[in-house]
Design a protein around this ligand. Structure first.
Ligand SMILES: [Zn+2]
Length: 359
């Protein structure tokens, strides 16, 4: 095995938090793969403002491992499949919801040209027109789900930002993101429709977590492939807005697992973030383990550079168990290992639920 691969034993719980994403539900609106999925229960308390953060004491400190003992503490999280908590009103739902696989498949299909978006079968997501089509579609899907979402235009491109707000005074903001653009000529199913699928599924899931202590921003970044432009612009926005960010988690490629070990690579985890995922892993048996690497070159770099604690999630890129279709026309829907994507989605859901669950 690659020397970089660390099979990590179950660790001690250190809380920290973060992530979120989108949600989906059925609707009578225009047909799209995303909306064909079965409706889930959606909370109706969607807020309109992402900043939240009335008290940013620990959020702004940049010390994630200290910042959210409550959300990550084991007291409120259960090991059982049903996740029953001692407080029935704040029961955390199963991080592997019934709609999960179909949701992931539908989003990857739409973004990679396996199925149409507004009648268009996308050949790639590299041109301004096609990127705009995707951005608009994502906002529409969030709207159908009742999740607040808006575009963040920064000049050369557009990020899509959805918010799953805290249900009580926010203790800070967690960010989960994935780039939605692709290189020219590549359908980008793995890179990075899978990441967008996991992020949107997390939004949908987190919206069903009843007692939320943090706001979660779910971001689809534009122009990663041409120099991390979208994530850099969004990091600058967070700084300018003085958003009380606790940590930023970005996903790039979660669709390949040829050796079937269900390992997920954790890239450059800042203080506390590896321990956080290592602890979460104990509650997600579908994931085989974590590989820690020092790899950069994708969106998490933008946030670290802006001073935010950050981490990247991906398939085993450094260890070599990564798609051979990278940036090629063959990066298509049918090459994605959805069993792996689903396992990763469950881990992300569990991680963010842990981070935002009421203690
Ligand atoms: Zn990528």
């Amino acid at each position: 095995m690659d020397p970089l691969l660390h099979r990590l034993a179950q660790g001690v719980a250190i809380a920290l938090g973060t992530l979120a994403v989108l949600a989906c539900t059925q609707s009578s609106g225009p047909v799209s793969p995303w909306m064909m999925t079965t409706a889930s229960t959606l909370s109706s308390d969607v807020g309109s403002d992402s900043a939240g953060g009335s008290d940013s004491s620990d959020a702004a400190s940049g010390t994630p491992s200290e910042s959210s003992q409550g959300p990550g503490a084991t007291s409120g999280m259960q090991d059982t499949e049903n996740d029953a908590t001692t407080d029935g009103d704040c029961e955390v739902p199963d991080p592997s919801p019934a709609w999960q696989l179909e949701h992931l498949e539908d989003v990857v299909a739409a973004l990679s040209g396996e199925s149409p978006i507004d009648g268009v079968m996308l050949s790639d997501r590299a041109t301004a027109d096609r990127r705009a089509l995707v951005a608009t579609w994502l906002i529409e899907q969030y709207g159908v789900l009742g999740i607040a979402a808006e575009s963040h235009d920064y000049g050369s491109g557009t990020n899509v930002v959805a918010t799953v707000p805290a249900t009580m005074p926010s203790q800070g903001v967690l960010v989960l993101g994935a780039h939605y653009d692709s290189v020219a000529g590549a359908p980008g199913a793995n890179d990075n429709a899978t990441g967008v699928a996991v992020v949107t599924a997390a939004a949908r899931y987190l919206d069903t977590v009843p007692c939320r202590t943090h706001d979660v921003l779910l971001v689809a970044f534009d122009q990663e492939e041409v120099g991390l432009l979208g994530s850099a612009a969004f990091a600058a926005k967070l700084v300018a807005d003085r958003t009380p960010v606790i940590s930023v988690h970005t996903i790039d490629q979660l669709g390949w697992d040829a050796d079937g070990d269900r390992f997920i690579e954790i890239e450059r985890p800042d203080a506390g973030l590896f321990e956080f995922y290592d602890d979460v892993l104990m509650e997600v048996p579908a994931v085989g383990g974590l590989t820690v690497t020092d790899t950069g070159f994708t969106d998490h770099v933008s946030f670290r550079a802006a001073g935010f604690p950050a981490v990247g999630l991906t398939e085993e890129y450094v260890s070599g168990d990564t798609t051979p279709h990278y940036h090629l026309p063959s990066d298509t829907y049918d090459t994605v290992e959805f069993g792996f994507t689903t396992a990763a989605s469950s881990m992300v859901n569990r991680a963010f639920a842990t981070a935002i669950a009421s203690p």
